[in-house]
Design a protein around this ligand. Structure first.
Ligand code: B12
Length: 453
């Protein structure tokens, strides 16, 4: 397709729901759209509009618009899509939310990509050029044991300032299947790693020494993670990732992780009690406290994610959690309100039980209560979440955590201060069902959901 002799132009859009002010410089860039760009044949000119940084060029000349959406971005994604389609510009929606609710997304798009882009995107573009664009392009659930994808096209980020553009993905999928998580419904029960040499080559080609992995569980398969870690140890880089705490059960693996340059890990603790404790579910014989201490003692900054609102949580969970965190002293605790994302077993359960308060996707953001908890009111859940955050980010709590983390005290303190900022801005919201969002186009500022915890 070539209009007036020029190359076909693709506009990729990352929708934002809130204006971020200075916090926009601390965001990570969208990897999803860098990968869509990488799967785009070279004759296409690709332009990225990341709404966190840019205004969407609604009047620009484009042959196709591709928009990504997590659930909390879906409403904004649909608004943008409707505006382009009103001008006759074809729109494709992809990503987590369109994948789990393709029919809903098709109400706002000419085509929807279900699942990963790489296997279907070139065909979609060829169909568009031939004037026979289909409506649904479904990537079959992966069957390969290895992940073979091109490197992300980082040049589409030019001109925007992020925390870093050195993000990388080594694997897709997760060995666990937690009822509240979208990852395993999305990828099926597959867990694929890229070839370690390809990952190390990509890291070597990066200009700076700090690398952020965007994996769901980088260390989830130790046998596959080891060659990557060993290779990184020789590169002299520093890196961070998300993973499950279980890797720390193996002291030798923990030493290798530290030696390979790991400075920080984000782990899901989920609940400190009961059936939803991540380790209890995974059948670990170690306590969360013990494994956290091991990671801390290895000098690795540990960011822990806690979720409030499970069915076995009553009002005492907030106090229990805060005391537990005081005891374990993870470097940076984060707190989330349980959110039943569409596509998950939790969503189906709450929907069937009539416990969803609404399906306003803007508010499915971990910072609002969108369902009726079993053992407390929505108001109490919201207030407990707020109080736990305030308490964990009081100055005495911060200093106590920093003192007990032997490695990287300054980084640790800086990280805590960064988290404390948005935390202190949180307001007591008496009615958790009242609109809380200051959406782009309708207002300014507010709690971000992008820089939330
Ligand atoms: C890295 C990551 C982040 C990063 C970076 C986010 C960013 N700037 O993009 C950070 C830490 C900031 C983050 C924050 C949050 N995240 Co997050 N995050 C992830 C994670 C681990 C990987 C996402 C990723 O980049 N993958 C790599 C890319 C290449 O894969 P992909 O996104 O699947 O994209 C492929 C396809 O989906 C498709 N595709 C995607 N978009 C499009 C668009 C088009 C047009 C096409 C054709 C195809 C296509 O093609 C791509 C290539 O194959 C996922 C888990 C997961 N596996 O998805 C959670 C995940 C996406 N996050 C999630 C959530 C909830 C959040 C938060 C809301 C949590 C919070 N409140 O703290 C925030 C919101 C952030 C925001 N920007 O508003 C949920 C989303 C659930 C849902 N249904 O919406 C996920 C799935 C985690 C989970 N366990 O459930 N996150």
């Amino acid at each position: 397709m070539r209009r007036g002799g020029r190359a076909p132009r693709l506009l990729l859009i990352y929708p934002a729901t809130h204006r971020l002010g200075w916090a926009k410089y601390f965001q990570l860039p969208t990897h999803s759209l860098q990968m869509v760009a990488a799967a785009t044949p070279p004759q296409w000119e690709v332009v990225l509009a990341d709404e966190v940084h840019d205004r969407v060029p609604f009047t620009g000349e484009f042959d196709l618009v591709g928009i990504t959406a997590m659930t909390h971005q879906a409403v904004r994604a649909y608004e943008i899509a409707d505006r382009f389609r009103a001008r006759g510009v074809p729109v494709v929606l992809g990503g987590i939310h369109p994948t789990v609710l393709p029919e809903e997304a098709l109400g706002h798009a000419d085509a929807v990509v279900v699942g990963e882009a790489e296997p279907v995107w070139p065909q979609l573009l060829a169909d568009l050029s031939a004037g026979r664009l289909g409506s649904l392009y479904r990537s079959e659930p992966p069957t390969d044991s290895q992940l073979s994808v091109p490197w992300p096209r980082r040049e589409i980020l030019a001109g925007k300032r992020y925390l870093t553009t050195q993000t990388i993905q080594a694997s897709r999928g997760c060995p666990y299947d937690c009822p509240f998580c979208t990852v395993t419904p999305y990828f099926g029960r597959t867990f694929r790693y890229r070839d370690p040499q390809d990952i190390l080559d990509e890291i070597r080609a990066l200009p700076r020494k700090l690398v952020v992995f965007l994996d769901d569980n980088l260390l989830g398969d130790p046998a596959k993670a080891r060659p990557i870690l060993e290779g990184m140890a020789d590169l002299g880089i520093r890196w961070g990732s998300q993973t499950s705490l279980r890797f720390a059960e193996d002291p030798e693996l923990l030493r290798l992780v530290a030696r390979s340059g790991c400075i920080g890990l984000f782990v899901g603790i989920e609940s400190v009690t009961g059936a939803n404790s991540r380790l209890a579910k995974a059948g670990s014989r170690y306590s969360q406290a013990e494994l956290m201490k091991r990671v801390r003692d290895a000098g690795i900054i540990l960011e822990t994610s806690i979720i409030f609102g499970f069915d076995d949580h009553d009002e005492s969970i907030f106090e229990t959690t805060v005391r537990f965190l005081e005891e374990c002293a993870p470097s940076v605790p984060t707190f989330h309100i349980l959110t039943p994302y569409p596509g998950t077993a939790l969503f189906r359960q709450f929907d069937e039980e009539g416990r969803l308060l609404h399906k306003d996707w803007n508010r499915y953001n971990h910072a609002e209560v969108v369902f009726r908890p079993r053992l407390m009111t929505p108001e109490r859940l919201y207030r407990g979440w707020l109080e736990a955050r305030k308490e964990a980010y009081s100055w005495p709590a911060i200093f106590s955590r920093v003192r007990r983390n032997p490695g990287r005290r300054l980084t640790n303190l800086a990280y805590n201060i960064l988290r404390k900022g948005p935390n202190d801005l949180l307001k007591q919201r008496p009615d958790p069902a009242a609109p809380s969002v200051d959406l782009i186009g309708t207002g300014d500022g507010g709690d971000t959901g992008i820089f939330p915890a």
